[in-house]
Structures are given as C-alpha cells and as structure tokens.
Design a protein around this ligand. Structure first.
Ligand SMILES: C[S@@+](CC[C@H](N)C(=O)[O-])C[C@H]1O[C@@H](n2cnc3c(N)ncnc32)[C@H](O)[C@@H]1O
Length: 308
C-alpha cells in the first residue's frame, strides 16, 4: 500500500522510463524507486525542485545505472519537452511526487498532461510560449486544454503517482478542476472556502510531524519549515476561533471532505484527458494525515511501450 507499492502495482516500475519527481526536496522518493528498479536499463530521473535543497541522497546513485538530473525550477515554468534528455531519448515519463503541496500538484498535472503530452511529438504544438526563463522553461498553458490534440497524442506519459498534501495551499488560478467546479455550479468563491477549510483536516498534524522529523531531519528543518507549511495559524485551526457549534472532530471531517472535493476535480480533469485516475490511502493516518495518493495511467488504448 506504499507509494512504491502503488507504482509497482500500476506496472510503472521498469526499464526504459524517465521518472520525473516533482517537488523532490532531497529526492528520497526517486532514491527508493531507483533501489526498487534494481539496476534496470535505460532509466532516467529528473528531480524537479524550486528550492535550493541540500541534495544529501544524490551522491548515492553513482553506483547504479540510472542517470539522475536536478532541475532547479518552479514547476509552473517547466516544459518537459525542452529537457534535452527527453528530447533526445523520448522516454515515457512517470510523474511522481511525495507530499507535493497544494498548487504544485496542479502545476505538475498540467506540466505532464498539457505541456508535455500535447507538444512532445511536435504534431500539436502549442503557440509560442509567452515568456521563457531558461531554455528548459515556459509558461504552462492555463486555458482549457484542447481535448482532441491530447487524445491523438498521449504516448509520452506512462503514469502519474503523487502523494497529495497541503490543499490549503491550492489556488484557483492553477487548479485543474475548475471545469468540474463550474459544472456543479461552484466557482472561485466557493473554492476559496473549501481550500481554507481543508486545513481543518490536518490541524493535529503539527505535533505528529514535528516529533517524527525531529531526529532524522534536524538538518533540513529550515527547509521543511519554509517549504512545507503544514503549520497553520490559530485562525485556521484553533477551537477558540471556530464558529461556535463545530467540534474538533466536525472540523476534521469537513476538512477531509474539502480535500476530497478538490481532489475529485483533479480526477475529473485527468479522466477527461484520457487517463484512468484514482485516489487511495497509501498509509495509516497514524503515520501521516496526508495519506492520499493520486494515481493515473493512460486508458488502455493509449499505454506507451517502454523504450529499451
Ligand atoms: C512538502 S515538501 C516535500 C519534499 C519531498 N518530496 C519529501 O517528501 O520530503 C514539498 C516540496 O515541493 C517543493 N515545491 C513546492 N511548490 C513547488 C513548485 N511550484 N515548483 C517546484 N517545487 C515546488 C517545495 O520546495 C518542497 O521541497
């Protein structure tokens, strides 16, 4: 039931693939995928991270066949088709992530499903990007995607496995489920309420997370605190400021429902673009309250062959 177990269950663990880890931090998930691959041939890892993280596990991969590359970039500016190794090798991509916060998940989905999928054969090129930061980046398209172009050209993404978190850090601008919200008569105003109330689901997290990471990650504490703002202020969490009747349990349940509603929009987005998508718990709540995994694979007719 682990993240790795789910990657394997979806037949995404094997040679001839490029694993793109979004919001990689120290790249631990890629590290464990690499270990599980047992020196499989022709495997590439791209670790996408905007922060200047200390890359403690990077050195450990030198002994394996796999090639690791770091891209220090904000996901919203990443265009995978411009990454030289992907341009050259045209490997099917597996998008992975562990605790990819809020809007970063939506950006990653757009990056895979819109900019990479739609452009990678060159047949359905997007218009020229509005601005480029480096030769690897462009502004990801925000408008509704052209469904037809994606149906015709879905080969490059073999699968997506992302452990979700921090829905309170989602935003309407990047959210991929806007069409779903609109289809059920909801809009930005309601989204903003759900996004804020989603933090109620993890209000007890502060203590658990702090305890769990104290010894192991003391070195990275600054980065953790800065980047993984599970720490919510009293206005969001405190019973003292909640509107009268709601108990802590009520708030937690409402928070969880808000998270699932936001995630449902993501599922609909993926399904409308030819993916079989699902949400599942990958670990116990006692281990992490952020224990939901978003998975997606192309619908059967569109499954890419690994490149050997
Ligand atoms: C909660 S941390 C998880 C880090 C790592 N995956 C782990 O499990 O330890 C989320 C990471 O996503 C990165 N991140 C958030 N938004 C991002 C974005 N738009 N582009 C690139 N990285 C982003 C943060 O810098 C942070 O390192």
């Amino acid at each position: 039931a682990s993240i790795l177990g789910n990657i394997e269950k979806l037949h995404l663990l094997g040679p001839g693939r490029c694993y793109v880890e979004f919001g990689a931090g120290r790249g631990k998930l890629s590290h464990w995928v690499d270990v599980a691959l047992q020196n499989a041939e022709n495997v590439q890892f791209l670790l996408v991270e905007r922060a200047t993280t200390r890359f403690k596990v990077d050195g450990k991969h030198k002994k394996t066949n796999s090639v690791f590359e770091r891209l220090q970039v904000d996901i919203q500016h990443l265009c995978l088709k411009k990454v030289p190794i992907l341009e050259k090798k045209k490997l099917p991509v597996v998008g992975i992530g562990k605790h990819l916060c809020g809007a970063a998940t939506d950006l990653a989905l757009r990056c895979l499903v819109e900019s990479y999928t739609a452009c990678s054969d060159g047949g359905n090129e997007e218009p020229e990007p509005k601005r480029c930061r480096t030769d690897l980046t462009e502004v990801a398209p925000n408008s509704a995607v052209d469904n037809e172009s994606n149906k015709e050209d879905c080969k490059p993404v073999a699968g997506i496995v992302i452990a979700l978190c921090c829905h309170h850090k989602c935003d309407w601008t990047h959210y991929v489920g806007r069409e779903f919200f609109k289809s059920v008569g909801l809009g930005q105003v309601e989204f903003n309420y759900f996004q804020r109330m989603s933090s109620w689901a993890t209000c007890g997290m502060r203590e658990t997370t702090a305890k769990a990471s104290a010894s192991e990650e003391s070195e990275d504490q600054t980065n953790k605190t800065e980047e993984h703002e599970q720490m919510l202020n009293k206005t969001e969490c405190g019973s003292d400021t909640s509107p009268g009747m709601l108990t802590a349990e009520d708030r937690k349940e409402i928070g969880c429902l808000c998270k699932r509603l936001i995630d449902h929009g993501r599922i609909e987005y993926l399904e409308q673009r030819g993916y079989r998508a699902a949400l599942q718990r990958y670990t116990e709540s006692a281990v992490s309250l952020e224990n939901v995994l978003l998975t997606a694979v192309p619908s059967p007719a569109l499954i890419p062959e690994p490149t050997t």
